[in-house]
Design a protein around this ligand. Sequence first.
Ligand SMILES: Cc1cc2nc3c(=O)[nH]c(=O)nc-3n(C[C@H](O)[C@H](O)[C@H](O)COP(=O)(O)OP(=O)(O)OC[C@H]3O[C@@H](n4cnc5c(N)ncnc54)[C@H](O)[C@@H]3O)c2cc1C
Length: 415
Amino acid sequence: MGVSTDISVAIAGAGLSGLCLAQHLLRAGIDVHVYERDPGPFVRRQGYRIILDRYGLEALRESLPRPLYNLALTTGDEPGGQLRFTDSRLRDAFSITFKDDPYATRQVDRLTLRSILQSGLHQRIHYGKQAVAVENGGPAGLRLRFADGGAAPATVVVGADGVGSALRAQLMPDADPANTPMAGIYGRSPLERNGQSVIPDALRTSGVLAIGDRPGRAFFFTSMRFGENPQEAFARLAPGSYAPTGYDYVMWGLLLRQEEVPIGIRGDLLALWRQASLMSGDFHPLVRRLVGTAELDATVLNLFATGQRPQRWAVPRATMMGDAVHVMPPFGAHGGNTALRDAALLGRKLVEARASGAPVEEAIARYQDEMVPYAFRAVDTAARLMRRLTGEAAAPHWVLTRVLPRLHRVTVPEA
Ligand SMILES: Cc1cc2nc3c(=O)[nH]c(=O)nc-3n(C[C@H](O)[C@H](O)[C@H](O)COP(=O)(O)OP(=O)(O)OC[C@H]3O[C@@H](n4cnc5c(N)ncnc54)[C@H](O)[C@@H]3O)c2cc1C
């Protein structure tokens, strides 16, 4: 059993959860290094926004130095707003109103959030390091091994390497995610054209999920307006850190069946965008305009999957967080929030173990015992929402697209 007065932690994956845990541990003075497969910090466009709920915001508040937490809030969109469920012509079926409380739910730009999470970690994030396995041995007890043949010693190894995790088969055997029938082609488009917002005033603070005329088809969009310009806010609160340019945009996603995305076009941005354009042809003209003005290189394909409850954890001083454990379809905005919540929880458990001298194995086991119930409740909720909103069941689809919209006036005229 390891005595934890001299913990060192190796994290595979510099995504939301890996970086949040690194911030948390570094704040407490624990030796932590993050190993990321990508060759650099911004090689992939991560062009969409993310909604942080109270768990995500609380995890950031607990893990980040105060100026970085304030940076996330000040660059985020204004609090409040609504999520509207409509038919394909954008007639309201029903809507959910978010609390107008800056600490309850906030929409933030993902690239900006990642820059914030990287601030101050530069010497501790190692790019071009693709984790492949965890081994016993070495001076610290474990070694994280990389595809290039190298290895990093650590007392604790954490797999935060996302949905396609390379470490999952070893650390959580028998918990490979299950595929779903659904997918999303996502994109982003400038919010302003010729000095005018492309989103009508009626939808200024709304996210919209427009349910298609046929089951299994929907279109989502929402605008992201930066509260404070990231360049100015970074200069004030995190001088020297990379600040994204940050112009306002509309993030959108066409939800469709995986079988409607031929394997041959899945890596081809232009073909994916064309498919989105073709398949959104039946929607309101505003939807078609959004797809028509998309920035091609921000196109992303996401094949929805659901994580499976782990039955056993195979390496007592290694664990996992985020999508690597509990990937979920993006319904309800829980995936990133649950990943951040994991990071704060595991960070807290490791910091407590170091303070008390308790074995790290126990701290990790307690993290896993707490994380699995809340994370898989979120997976179940997201999967249920996906089935309800895009499933084959004729009655809910009929109510959403035929009955409820007739009870409301036209929200966005089609002219
Ligand atoms: C379109 C879309 C919209 C979403 N909107 C929301 C939202 O509004 N709210 C919300 O809560 N969630 C949202 N999510 C989900 C959220 O983005 C994810 O749940 C979250 O990013 C998971 O964080 P993570 O740290 O587990 O993994 P990631 O952020 O995916 O990071 C994993 C990292 O590991 C790296 N990596 C992979 N393999 C290796 C390896 N072998 N070795 C080293 N590094 C490796 C990857 O390059 C990546 O940097 C959305 C997802 C999508 C696709």
